[in-house]
Design a protein around this ligand. Sequence first.
Ligand SMILES: [Zn+2]
Length: 171
Amino acid sequence: MGFCIFNNVAIATRHAQAELGLDRVAIVDFDVHHGNGTEALFREDPSVLFVSLHQWPFWPGTGGPGTSDEHTLNVPLAAGSGDAVYVRAFAETVEPAVSAFEPELVLVSAGFDAHVDDPLGEMALSVDGFRELARRSAALGPRTAAVLEGGYNLDLLPSLVEAALAGFSDS
Ligand SMILES: [Zn+2]
């Protein structure tokens, strides 16, 4: 849905499993929108843990409270959530779940539309917040790769991606 033609992170997951010999893949999606397509593709697949932190209620309306199961973790966050809320959600919810899953690979759906100045999202993450989320994401498993997702403030986007790349290499 949305602006996506192919689900890049789902293709990367299946490539890792089919071609690189990895079994257990965790996907961490911090795009401001719920990763409903990724959730739908892997909902019945216990080899993939899907984690989405997203604004809720918000488009597309899925991923609300009570929609998690053993290998789907939805973390709905209220509009206006900033760095502290995201870091707490990582520490209290995301990190224990991913650690228990013991992924061989962490794939990040790196969306930047939860930045405070994004024209679509209504969240309040800062540049430093993205660096920290990237650092924490990369620390979740032995190897990490990321795909670019949303982010609609094109003046800011390069600095947000740069901060995330710094965070990924910092873990
Ligand atoms: Zn988005």
